[in-house]
Every structure is written in C-alpha cells, then in structure tokens.
Design a binder for this molecule. Structure first.
Ligand code: IMP
Length: 492
C-alpha cells in the first residue's frame, strides 16, 4: 500500500512559537547575610519573575526603595517592582500565619500582590508542632526557631503510621477539613513524642488550628495549583531570577553539617525546588561579603576571636534569649576596640561598624576575615560564573587595626597537609588551620565612588587576588546600602 505523505524538505524557519526565556540563579556563597536581597534588587529590573526555591520564614531580607523599607521573610525580594511576578517554589516550607502578617504589611504600603504573588501548591506547610519541636531541639545548632527543620523532616517522613505528616499548601486548599484534622493529629503525636508538657510548651491546638485556618483563608488566593506554572511562563519567554535563601555553607548536604539549615541552598537546587527544568539555566551569580559573618554554631575558620567569639555571640539565658545583643554592644566604642591586639575585640569593632546583628533577635553575628579557600570551594561546587562582593566599604577599618593590613585566608592546612577544599567531615572542618596573605589597608572612604577605576588601588588588587585565587570574575562591588552604591566592574 502506498500513502501519499507530504515530504518535509526543510524545517520551517518561522514557527509560531515564542523564544523560550531563561533562568539565572543568585546564591550566597558564605554563611548567610551577604546582602543577597540588595543584589537581587539591583538585578531584578531585567527579569519577569523572581522566584524562591528553598527555606521559609527563617530567611530575612530587607529591601528599600521609594521611601519604603520592608523586612521580608517569605515573599521574594523584588516585591517593590510592581510588574514582577513573585514565585515561591515547591522546595519551600510556608508559615501561613507569618505570611498573612507579611502580606498585610506589604499591602499596607499600597503594594498590590493579587495576581502576581504565587506559592507552589507543592510547598510544605509549617505546622504548629514544627515550631515547638524546633524550640526543644534547635538550640544546639542555634536555629532560628521557625520550625524549618521539623517541617522538612515531616516532608521526608511522609506518613506516620497512617497519618500524613507531609502536608502541602495545595492539600489544605483542596481538602481543608481532612488536612486540618491531620495537622491536629500530628500535633498530638509530636506532643507525646517530644513531651511538650514537660517543656511547658503545650498549646490549645483547637484554637491554634482555628487561627491557622483564618490566616490560610487570607492567603489562599496566592496558591498556584498549576504545577507547570513557572515552566509554561519560561517556555513563553519569561526571564526568571532565582533567589537563594540562607547560603551555600548552610546547605543541608554540602555545608558545615550539622550546623546548617535543613534545605539544599546550592545553585542546582534552584531547579528542583523552584519548579523549572535545568535546561533553562543561563548563569549563576554568587554573592560574597568582604568581611564575613555567621549566625548559629559551627566551624568558621577565619572568625575574629575564634571560639571565644562563637561562645560570646551564641550565649543564651535560661529562657533562651541571647545574652549579648545590639543594645549592650551600643555601649562599646569601636574606634577604641579596632586597634586591639585581641582579635575578639577587633571582631567586636567590625561587628559594630557593620551592624552585624540578627534582624529579629538583635543577636550578635560572628565576624571573620574574607576566606578565599572557602569562597573558591563555593564557586567550584556551584559552578558560579560571577561574583558580587558586598560591603567593601567596611574594609576601610582594617587600616586602624594593629596590623593595618587586610588579611585574606588563602590556604587551608588539615593535619599538616594543604587542602583546596572544605572538608566533608564535621570534626576535620573544625581542625583546619588557615594561612593568610595580606593586602595593604586603605584610608579612602569609598562610599561615594562611582567608577571601579576610582577605587583605591589596594582594593582593586584585592579584587584581582579574589579573581586569581578563585578563578571567577568579579561582576561588581557594593560600597554601601543604597542602590546607587553598587559599582559594576565592566566600567573598569
Ligand atoms: P534554621 O534554618 O532555622 O533551621 O537554622 C539553622 C542554621 O541556619 C542556624 O545557624 C541559623 O542561624 C542559620 N540560618 C537560617 N537562616 C538564615 C539566614 O537567612 N541567614 C543566616 N543564617 C541563617
């Protein structure tokens, strides 16, 4: 039999399909608080959708524009751009009561969220017992007590006997009664297992579920049931910017385990947690801070003041409240401390100058010198294409330190051998001995500099050293908190 099949001689050049968009990923390369939100804010104009892929209300991003200052926790950073879609992917866990407060505050500034704020139906729900468990067991890591770890643990457990523990936003939207009852049963199970009563942490779960339901009803319009939402938009041409929360060294698998958060924070996780196939990936941008910080316990090789600093910053009273905070350090004079021979005091001065305190608790962040071995490792593991170096204005204070120079970690020694990676074993990481190189300090206030070539020569050579040691281009630097204080390096 012979069919009369038309022969396709060439592929039509004018297909009636749009050119697909692409996605870029921004992650923090250190231990968090590198200033990712301001980098996202600088970049967002060039994208259609800003998307989150990990974490939840443990994140804290401050954005500022048009006289509005917002401390964000679950809503993506580009909220002040009225035309951007804000997407929160299935890799996140959502606290709906906190979300209701956050969206109320945002709407209170006249910002419209309807139709542009989207939460994946597959994002997990932070249930009441998660925060209580975190309060009981999170202290040894120094978690933010937002229930993030227990929420991800319940996701992995999936079911406890015949009770669903992994409850997602879409589940509650689709079958509220069934899943609110499951939340209640999960509370009872956890209350017995973790002995909430012995810790004085029992709650009226019926009242709590009622409050949760009220908040859920307020935010449910933002739940996106189409699990292909982002993919369809990208296929239709949308440009997507993924915004990492926490940072690479807090990655649940690859960070300084166990002193990490409970989600993957690495660049590749943007695609699994952000609901887009990796074929749309274009490039990865890493954000690093010129003077590093860390909150929570765990190894921090270049910490000024070492263990003493860690213990001081993490000290809590019997009620779990930080003993030292922004207020009691206000009485200290950084100008007197900065020249101290005692690294702990020099660290205090840097903390005061750089205002390194937790946004919610005011607890002091641990501070350390820029570690180029750790940065190079983060760049390698994540395939980072470009670095933005933030808070370069702070480097000015090194000129007043006892040495007067800027120390940079350029070598890791582990048990007498040089290594070029961050060890994968917890204790080994703690044993790393850093080796330092220095560049000269500078005394020019760089806050008003607009051109890269006008930065002090020593700062330019520091950036050259970063590029050389990490094999990665520096895309630009920030020299202050305002949008105008970002200097792209292309102008050099
Ligand atoms: P969790 O994410 O609340 O479980 O806390 C685990 C660790 O990650 C703790 O050391 C926290 O201080 C740290 N962490 C969580 N979120 C952030 C963040 O947004 N910035 C910096 N550190 C964070």
């Amino acid at each position: 039999m012979c069919f009369n099949v038309p022969v396709l001689k060439s592929i039509p050049t004018e297909m009636n399909t749009p050119t697909p968009g692409y996605a870029d990923v921004v992650i923090g390369t250190q231990y968090g608080d590198e200033g990712k939100a301001r980098v996202i804010d600088d970049m967002a104009a060039a994208y259609d959708i800003i998307a989150r892929f990990n974490g939840g209300s443990n994140a804290g991003h401050t954005v500022e524009a048009q006289g509005i200052r917002l401390a964000l926790r679950q809503v993506p950073s580009a909220v002040l751009y009225p035309d951007k879609i804000l997407y929160v992917g299935s890799g996140c866990v959502i606290d709906v009561e906190q979300l209701k407060e956050e969206t109320d505050t945002i709407k209170g500034h006249g910002i419209i969220l309807s139709g542009r704020l989207k939460f994946s139906s597959q994002a997990g729900l932070v249930q009441p017992h998660h925060k209580i468990i975190d309060a009981i067991i999170g202290g040894t890591i120094g978690t933010t007590k937002n229930g993030i770890g227990p929420a991800y643990a319940d996701r992995a457990i999936r079911m406890h006997e015949n009770q669903i523990t992994n409850i997602r936003l879409g589940d509650v939207l689709d079958a509220p009664e069934k899943f609110l009852e499951a939340i209640k049963q999960n509370y009872y199970q956890a209350a017995a297992q973790y002995r909430f009563a012995d810790h004085g942490l029992e709650i009226d779960i019926d009242a709590k579920i009622k409050a949760l339901k009220t908040s859920f009803d307020e935010v449910k319009e933002y739940i996106e049931m189409d699990t292909l939402f982002l993919q369809k938009r990208c296929e239709a041409g949308a440009k997507i910017l993924f915004e990492g929360a926490q940072s690479f060294m807090l990655d649940v698998n690859k960070g300084s385990v166990p002193y990490v958060t409970s989600s993957p924070t690495n660049a590749a996780a943007a695609y699994s947690g952000g609901d887009l196939p990796p074929k749309y990936h274009r490039k990865t941008i890493g954000v690093a801070k010129a003077v590093m910080s860390r909150v929570g316990y765990g190894p921090f090789t270049s910490e000024m003041g070492g263990t003493e600093s860690e213990q001081y910053c993490m000290k809590i009273d019997a009620a779990g409240v930080p003993v030292y905070n922004r207020d009691n350090e206000k009485t200290l004079d950084p100008a007197a401390l900065i020249g101290s021979d005692f690294a702990f005091e020099m660290g205090q001065a840097f903390r005061i100058y750089s205002r390194e305190y937790g946004t919610v608790t005011g607890r002091p962040r641990r501070v350390g010198h820029l570690d180029l071995v750790q940065l190079g490792y983060a760049i390698a593991v994540n395939g980072i294409d470009e670095i933005v170096l933030t808070k370069c204005d702070l480097l000015l204070h090194y000129v007043d330190t006892a040495g007067g120079d800027i120390p940079l970690v350029t070598k890791y020694m582990l048990d007498g051998k040089e290594i070029d990676y961050v060890p994968g074993a917890t204790n080994a990481y703690g044993r790393v001995e850093p080796g330092y190189e220095t560049v000269s300090g500078f005394s020019q206030d760089v806050g008003e500099v607009k051109e890269f070539s006008n930065l002090p020569e020593t700062l330019q050579s520091l950036i050259g050293l970063i590029e050389q040691k990490t094999n990665c281009a520096v895309r630009g630097v920030s020299v202050g908190p305002n949008r105008s204080q970002y200097i792209p390096k292309e102008n050099a």
